[in-house]
Structure formats: structure tokens, C-alpha cells
Ligand binder design. Structure first.
Ligand code: NAP
Length: 522
């Protein structure tokens, strides 16, 4: 069983006592007490803390030279750890480097702890700058030193470093803790359980961790469904750069939870180049024990996904090819790849649901698409394919012209027009695909400077979801028009992905609730 360990940086007895109780209450199996700067670490205070703890504790006194704060000499740190063992610590953590450089004192702790069978020794190695050059030598040294549990941690240079962590866990000789720090290393923290690590670390609160990239225990348990993860859990993720603020993990994991699906969905930070995307795909697809089963692909990788799938002669949906972007990849257990674009269906279906009409009925509609970027292009391609008459408006008129020329006649009519003429058009539907009005510029609207001429029959669709009600939507509401917010599109594109991966209808109400509550909390 992989333990969930809350790391607590001890500043005072009172704070540590409170944090240990909170960790236990939150469902931690272990706590790690970092006593680097706790002056009473070798005294009665630590003994009292350990005695009171209702869950087992690791005691660590990390020196500055290994990323900690302790200024003590190795011999003095040995006294702290020895005292911790005598006081009831179930585990103490000693750096591999310390064992090598001060053989006498620290070796004694290892021996004492093992003789008495009262505590186990974690021997650790950390690299805060990146992957250690001699990774495999360190793993060999850890195996041959006298400790009970190996710990190897480094800062992920890219998301691909996680695969070496998983390999280290799969080939372990002893109980092992292997993790990558930093944003790109997040998946190693969550999937530690899938690969049978001895433990993973979590923080008590978001941003209160003792190492870069630690996830809070609440997120580990609720957002990433720690308790459900097992060796055969299917892995999904969102590939993006940046990825930190993506809401996709929250909505997909909540949807998996709702239908009891054995999957976990993670943020995967992949640098913005085709080479990085390709290297990520090759490495993650090549590591079969990961059970990588599906990916959402977003900025800046939608075009890269199409290029990669095309190079691999994978099955790619025709309209995704025409749009030039894939936002969803499904991976079969045999490794077959399929690429689709759920954004376009989300746009079309958001409109048909509001108009209560079929896709074919859009052929009777005149639709204004504001913006000629990625989302504008998707909207134009999708609506033109339904036979609608589309008018493209864009700040840079040439981009609107080019888009109109490309999609005109496939199968609807597509023309471009000047932004200043937007409110003069007699369109049934207006879609904003620009970022105008997006947080933090919430007082802006693409209609600024123009007379709003919406009627109660007009549908105004803003693809922006933060804020949920943009200035454009407020203007539309004031004119009595029907409105569609960006959350609708977001939920529908995610629901399309969910259906492709699971073969089941998505619990859209759950998805909507999750995204709305996250946006409301912002
Ligand atoms: P993009 O490719 O960068 O395109 C941005 C578009 O916005 C371009 O047409 C650009 O015009 C226009 N624009 C930017 N700043 C402007 C300004 N100050 N005044 C006038 N026009 C401006 O971006 P994208 O990927 O298409 O994303 C656009 C929006 O779509 C985002 O804001 C996002 O909220 C929304 N979106 C929503 C969802 C969803 O699920 N709800 C999904 C994807 C995207 P120029 O050509 O003149 O630069």
C-alpha cells in the first residue's frame, strides 16, 4: 500500500501539534516532521509530539546542502535523529550523501534503529537543479547502503522525467520513494500509488508544501481521487503550456468519480514546440505500464497533435483535419491512436440547443463569428460545414478575409466584413471568439464603440468562460437577446472527450457544477 504522507515543517510545538491533527483528520497515513529549524528537536518537545501523534511519523532534519534549512553539523543532526528514534519516530530520513561523508555517527543510527526494530531508515537523495547526472549510480548506492527505504527525488526538467521515476519504482529492490519535483513532476506524485511507491508526499494546504510541486492532501484525495488509484488505473491528461490553471482535471476526475470509472486525469506540462510534443508522445506511449488512454490537447499543441497523428497515419476526423487542430486523442489498449476535435461540435451544439433546432436547420441562419484565431477558425469551419451563412469579423481584417476565402462554399457561404459594421449586420447568431472581455479585462466588449442592435430573437454566444457573464453577455441580456456562455462550450467539448474515452454519456451536470463552482471561487 502506498502511504499518503503530509509533510509538516515544524516551527513550534503548537503549530506542529495542530498540523499533525489536521493531517490525520484529512486522511494522511503518515506525517513527515521536518525539524530543520526546530531548536527543541532533540528534546522533550519532539518526544511529546511523537507520543501524541495518532499516525506514524518520519523525522527529517534536512541540511542546507540538500535543500533543507538545518545548519547543524552531521554529528549534531545524528543526535536529533537518534533522539527521534528513541522518542518513537517510526521512520527517520538520512541523506545518502551524509551517510557517505560521516560514516560513523549516521551509520550508528541506521544500526540502532534496525537493532531495536523500532524505526526504519529512509536513505534519501535530492536534486533541486534537475535530473541527477549519475541517476543509476545513485540508485545502486541506495540499494547497497544500510537503509530500509530508498528515496530518490529530483526536479523534473520536462514531463518526460516522470517516466524514469516510474521505471525506478517498477524495478525497485527495496521499498522506494521516487518523485519528481516542480510543476512538470506533478504526475509522479499522484501516480506513485499506481507504481507501488512506499509513499507520496502531500501538503496540508495548497502552497504550504515543503518541496516544489507538492499537492495539497485535499486535492490529492478529492481532485485526483487518490483512494481509487491502483496498478491498472487508466491515465488521461491535458497537454498544454501553461497547464497549471486548467480546469479540465477537475471536471474529468469528477465525471470519472460520478460513473465509478477507473481512470485518473492529470495536467501534463509540455513545452510549446512540435519536437517537445512529439518526444512526449513517443515516451508516454512507449511506456505501456502507464496505461495512457486519452489526452485533451490545448494551447499551444492542437496543431502539433494533428501533425503528430498525421505522421503516425492515425485515424483523424475529417473536420479536425480541415480545421487544422485536434483537441482530443484516444489511445486504445493496443496503442492505436484516434484524433478528433470536440470544440467544433461543442460550438454547433451549444447553438442548436439554444435555438432548439437541428444542425441542418443552421443552413437557414446567418451567423457572425467575431475573431479569426484558433477558436474563430473552428467556429467558421463547423458552421460552414452545417451550411450556415457565416460573416467573419476580426480586428486584423486580412485574417478574416483569409478565413472566409478558405471556408467559403464548404458548404455554407462565408464572407468577411469590417469590425465597425458588426452591429449593422442582420445576423441571427453572434459568436465572440476573441479574448476581448476575458479576465482581467472584464470591462471590455467586442461591441465597444458600437450601437448594440440585438433583438429578443438574437442569440449571443461568448466563448469566454472567465468571467462566466462577460460584458458582451450583459449587453445582450440588456437588449433581451438569448445568451450562451463559454461554460456551455467548455462542458460540451469535455463531454465529447469523455464519451470518446469511456463509451458512456458524460455526467454534464456534474461537469457544469464543478467548473461553475471553481469559476465562482476565483
Ligand atoms: P487566438 O488564436 O489567439 O485568437 C485571438 C483572437 O482574438 C484573434 O482573432 C485576435 O484578433 C482577437 N483579439 C485579441 N485581442 C484583441 C483585441 N484587443 N481586440 C480585438 N480583437 C482581439 O485565441 P483562441 O485560441 O482562438 O482563443 C480565443 C478565445 O476563445 C479565448 O479568449 C478563450 O476564452 C475562448 N475559448 C473558449 C473555449 C471554451 O471551451 N469555452 C475554448 C477555447 C477558447 P487578431 O487576429 O487581430 O489578433
Amino acid at each position: 500500500m502506498t502511504r499518503l504522507c503530509v509533510a509538516i515543517y515544524v516551527k513550534s510545538v503548537e503549530q506542529a501539534r495542530r498540523d499533525m491533527a489536521l493531517a490525520a483528520e484529512a486522511g494522511a497515513d503518515l506525517v513527515e516532521l521536518r525539524v530543520d529549524e526546530f531548536p527543541a528537536a532533540s528534546g522533550a518537545a519532539l518526544k511529546a509530539l511523537l507520543k501524541e501523534s495518532i499516525i506514524p511519523a518520519i523525522v527529517t532534519c534536512r541540511p542546507i546542502w540538500e535543500g533543507g534549512q538545518s545548519e547543524l553539523e552531521d554529528e549534531d543532526r545524528a543526535i536529533v535523529l537518534e533522539s527521534a528514534v528513541r522518542s518513537g519516530a517510526r521512520f527517520v530520513d538520512i541523506e545518502l550523501k551524509a551517510l557517505k561523508q560521516s560514516e560513523v555517527a549516521l551509520d550508528e543510527i541506521v544500526e540502532n534503529a534496525m537493532d531495536g526494530d523500532s524505526a526504519q531508515v529512509i536513505v534519501s537523495s535530492h536534486d533541486f537543479t534537475g535530473r541527477p547526472e549519475k541517476l543509476y549510480n545513485i540508485l545502486t548506492d541506495l540499494d547497497s547502503c544500510g537503509g530500509d527505504i530508498n528515496k530518490i527525488v529530483w526536479t523534473a526538467r520536462t514531463v518526460r522525467d516522470n517516466i524514469e521515476v516510474f521505471e525506478a519504482l517498477k524495478t525497485r529492490q527495496k521499498p522506494t520513494i521516487a518523485l519528481c519535483m516542480g510543476e512538470a513532476g506533478l504526475i509522479s506524485r499522484v501516480l506513485a500509488k499506481k507504481f507501488g511507491a512506499f509513499l507520496t508526499f502531500a501538503s496540508l494546504e495548497t502552497d504550504s508544501g515543503t518541496a516544489p510541486g507538492q499537492i495539497s492532501i485535499a486535492d490529492m484525495k478529492q481532485l485526483y481521487r487518490w483512494d481509487e488509484i491502483n496498478a491498472t488505473t487508466s491515465v488521461y491528461g491535458v497537454v498544454a503550456s501553461p497547464v497549471k490553471h486548467s480546469m479540465s482535471p477537475a471536471i474529468h476526475n469528477a465525471a470519472f468519480e460520478k460513473i465509478g470509472f477507473d481512470g485518473v486525469y492529470l495536467p501534463m506540462l509540455v513545452e510549446p514546440s512540435y519536437e517537445s510534443f512529439k518526444a512526449f508522445m513517443e515516451m508516454f506511449l512507449g511506456f505501456k505500464p502507464l496505461h495512457l488512454s486519452g489526452l485533451s490537447v490545448t494551447l499551444p499543441h492542437k496543431e502539433n497533435a494533428l501533425r503528430y497523428l498525421t505522421e503516425k497515419h492515425a485515424d483523424v476526423e475529417e473536420l479536425a483535419k480541415r480545421i487544422g487542430a485536434v483537441n482530443t486523442i484516444a489511445i486504445s489498449p493496443e496503442g492505436e491512436l484516434q484524433g478528433i476535435n470536440t470544440d467544433y461540435a461543442a460550438i454547433v451544439d451549444s447553438i442548436t440547443a439554444k435555438l432548439n433546432c437541428t444542425r441542418a436547420a443552421l443552413a437557414e441562419k446567418r451567423i457572425a463569428v467575431i475573431g479569426a484565431g484558433g477558436t474563430g477558425r473552428t467556429a467558421v469551419a463547423a458552421l460552414a460545414s452545417c451550411g450556415a451563412t457565416v460573416v467573419v469579423y476580426n480586428r486584423t481584417k486580412e485574417r478574416a478575409d483569409a478565413l472566409a476565402e478558405e471556408f467559403n462554399g464548404k458548404s455554407g457561404q462565408v464572407v468577411s466584413a469590417r469590425m465597425e459594421k458588426l452591429c449593422d449586420s442582420c445576423c441571427h447568431v453572434f459568436i465572440n471568439t476573441t479574448s476581448v472581455g476575458m479576465h482581467p479585462n472584464v470591462n471590455e466588449s467586442p461591441l465597444d464603440g458600437q450601437d448594440v442592435k440585438f433583438t429578443p430573437e438574437t442569440v449571443v454566444f461568448d466563448t469566454i468562460y472567465n468571467p462566466m457573464k462577460t460584458k458582451l453577455l450583459q449587453q445582450a441580456e440588456a437588449a433581451g437577446a438569448k445568451t450562451i456562455g463559454g461554460v456551455e462550450m467548455f462542458v460540451r467539448q469535455a463531454a465529447g472527450q469523455f464519451k470518446l474515452w469511456t463509451g458512456r454519456e458524460a455526467p454534464v451536470d456534474v461537469m457544469r457544477r464543478v467548473i461553475e463552482s471553481r469559476l465562482a471561487a476565483k
